[in-house]
Write a protein that binds this ligand. Sequence first.
Ligand code: ATP
Length: 496
Amino acid sequence: MSGTLLIVDDDAVQRRLLEAMARRFGYEPIVMDGGEQAVELLSQPDRGGVDLMLLDLVMPDLDGFAVLERLKKAGIDVPVVVQTANGSIDTIISAMRAGAADFVVKPVGPERFQVSVRNALRARELEGEVRRIGKRQSNRLSFDDIQTRSETMQAALHLGRRAASSNIPVLLEGETGTGKDVFARAIHASSERAGKPFVAVNCGAIPANLVESVLFGHERGAFTGATEKHAGKFVEAHGGTLFLDEVGDLPPEAQVKLLRVLQDGEVDPVGGKKAVRVDIRVVSATNQSLIDKVKQGSFREDLYYRLGVFPVGIPPLRQRASDIRMLARLFLARFAAEEGRPVRSIAPAALALLENYPWPGNVRQLENAVFRAVVLAENSELTTAEFPQIASALGVSSELTMPAVPEPEKPAQPPVPAKNIVRGLALTKPDGHVRPLEEIERDVISHALNHYEGQMTEIARRLGIGRSTLYRKLSDLNLTDTPCGAPDTTPPEAAA
Ligand SMILES: Nc1ncnc2c1ncn2[C@@H]1O[C@H](COP(=O)(O)OP(=O)(O)OP(=O)(O)O)[C@@H](O)[C@H]1O
């Protein structure tokens, strides 16, 4: 298990001892000699990046009990393991009552240290996940439940919070699996409509001939098969929030009707004679560029301006690498508990692997990859062997278990002199005309795939592009099946 431990002790020897132990077990220590400093750090918006505090109870400036009290008052929720010198039952009970997760008696031995820290971290992750899942199911998932360490995501959350307090239509823009659904639920739960329905519709998943009936409802007998009257999603969401996911996939006729509903606040059920008044807040989401669709003529411009009054971009996971480690650990705790598997931690090499992968399927793909890894795991620690597809996409041996940054195992081949490449690459066609750039690019990338034996990091470096650009080009140029390249081409949902 990994994480950042804040060690607070006025005794320099104890501090050094705990710091060494923390490092030995793979934690990142932050060391402080007084309570005031610790409270200050934990009062920062991201809790100073601290996952757990090891707190001495007896200190001259602000003692351990006072620190616990200050944290409680300020609503700062960080697991705390207290250290006591005497181990008296009264002291321990008081500390646990004040909010400590566990205690250790000084001087703590390595085993007790490891068990206590690991259990407190696991318990915290599990509590968080259980709380989030429960809240999601009951539509109470708030912005505080969307954990992130990334500044771009924090900026998006800030925008989301601002939007939630008004009725403004929000358009969530982000790649598949980035958390748009979670975000929409948080907007609803943080708005005045929180106690009212939250109705989600995946516009791309409704058969084209049923879109209007699903959204706006129908009268009995309105069309063949309409044996019952159906209220439709707009009416279901009355008083609450309607989440239109993949809104860019709405067929043109439904777009016209949607625009009318948004303008008039009334829906016309299919086959109905009377319009029905609805009071809804619309949050929509798209993983395609809606403005591009407007330019191509497949999405109405007037509707785009209605829905996109307040656009919020959700960054892809590869742009918030600092979240990968945290989310992987959250998912591990959840799936290990759900599956009843004794998997406790992720080896540093496996974490490095996950942090180096571009995650085209974003958080959902990471979630699935960890799920699969937990099911595959034979030991209590996930290693690179449990992430074979990710390892192969990055050109790293999945047998690698050393805590090393997953650079390609084999040294790269010496570069071929530039003139050879030019010689092997035809710039003109047999008819003498210059070949299209796309074809030439395809040849260069294919050559690099073979030449560096599919080692994606090396290939991207040699081509002078980022790895995510490389993956995008592979997909655009249909090179994903090239034997040497063989990046993880499994669709995000099935990737794990
Ligand atoms: N910050 C987060 N913490 C925990 N889980 C998350 C977080 N963000 C997303 N997830 C999980 O990732 C998965 C994908 O999220 P979500 O369905 O919200 O993505 P999406 O952008 O709506 O995807 P799509 O475009 O495919 O509909 C879900 O299982 C969700 O619970």
